[in-house]
Design a protein around this ligand. Structure first.
Ligand code: PHE
Length: 357
């Protein structure tokens, strides 16, 4: 339709028309709009008729067709919206008269612990009988706690602003990229008393942040559970025994665990811990990407530099530490293919996860 034949203010009004119809929330405002566009007098339609009357003869046919098409479009849309609004008004009115104060109210939906919190709670329950308590650290951390105290060198790629959220107005402050800075905080706090305490063991669940684009397996915010034990003569056998036990407690007594050598600056030796895929039993499926194993944890023996930084003598004390990815584990256990579902709070998903009644 060639709107250039019309006066510009009418062409402009037409551009706004569909929006204005949709935005009319009640019959009164719709009637005002109807008057403005198709009213008998002083409307866009009546003005178009005046334009047609004074148009040069050779334009009349084409202009007439445009005007007719516009008028039909307006009338049709106004009529449809009127039907919609009348129906809405009617159902609101019948709801008001059909309300029976003697009937019991609809049952409230009971809230529930979020599936991610439930998994973290379960892990805490698994470790509590082993003597672990819960520690917390702030999500806003210092570079010293997030990196330096963990033996992460100045030039480590994770320290770059491409991976880490730094606060531009606060030098040396960042959103923690893992829960490991809680190790630094706790060790520094207990260092003066460690002799008296005989060591320490704790879990630290919490939120962490990394500059990742959101996709089915990445989110700039996710959860980890850190674990640490410091004592005398602690070795890989303690780490393996503890984590094997914990994985069986979490995934069932048949759960199979394997330890693969890996590198983290704050442990030596370091490893990654895989659990035999609880979905396919190890034969290979989509969840374990055909390998039969899923990676659950990073772990290792606490690096002497971490103890030293906190003021603890590494020739006297030793320990192990681990960090578990909560979303990854929850996705695997529940066969959830898209991590975003955990953050959208769609009640149908939470219900399916057994969280709502
Ligand atoms: N902090 C490591 C990570 O975020 C996990 C980890 C924790 C590894 C403790 C070893 C020891 O990937």
């Amino acid at each position: 339709m060639d709107l250039t034949l019309l006066p510009p203010e009418i062409a402009e009004a037409h551009q706004r028309f569909a929006c204005s119809v949709a935005a009319s929330a009640d019959l009164d405002s719709l009637m005002r709009l109807k008057g403005e566009f198709t009213g008998r007098e002083a409307s866009h339609a009546s003005r178009m008729m005046d334009v047609l009357k004074t148009a040069p003869k050779e334009q009349k046919r084409e202009l007439g067709a445009v005007i007719n098409a516009l008028k039909n479009e307006w009338e049709e849309a106004l009529k449809n919206r009127q039907i919609e609004l009348e129906a809405a008004k009617k159902s609101a009115a019948s709801l008001a008269t059909s309300w029976d104060p003697d009937l019991p109210p609809p049952l409230p939906v009971h809230g529930a612990i979020h599936p991610l919190n439930r998994l973290m709670d379960r892990l805490v329950d698994v470790f509590r009988p082993l003597g672990y308590h819960v520690e917390e650290g702030p999500e806003t951390e210092t570079e010293a706690n997030n990196f330096d105290g963990l033996n992460i060198p100045e030039d480590h790629p994770a320290r770059g602003s491409a991976d880490t959220f730094y606060f531009s107005a606060h030098a040396g402050k960042l959103l923690r990229t893992h829960t490991s800075p809680v190790q630094v905080r706790v060790l520094q706090r207990i260092a003066p008393d460690i002799e008296k305490l005989g060591g320490i063991r704790f879990l630290a669940p919490g939120r962490v942040y990394r500059k990742d684009e959101i996709d089915p397996t990445h989110s700039p915010m996710f959860h980890q559970v850190e674990g640490m034990l410091v004592g005398h003569g602690i070795g890989m056998h303690h780490l393996k025994g503890t984590l094997s036990y914990a994985m069986k407690a979490l995934f069932g007594p048949a759960a199979d665990v394997r330890f693969r050598p890996s590198y983290f600056p704050f442990v030596e030796p370091g490893c990654e811990v895989d659990v035999r895929c609880p979905l396919c039993g190890g034969s290979g499926c989509r969840v374990c990407k055909g390998s039969g194993w899923v990676e659950i944890l990073g772990a290792g023996l606490v690096h002497p530099n971490v103890l030293k930084f906190a003021g603890i003598d590494p020739t006297v004390w030793s320990g192990f530490a681990f960090g578990m990815g909560v979303e990854r584990t929850a996705m695997m256990v529940s066969q959830t293919p898209d991590l975003r579902l955990f953050f959208e709070n769609d009640q149908r998903f939470l219900k399916a996860m057994g969280g709502l009644d």
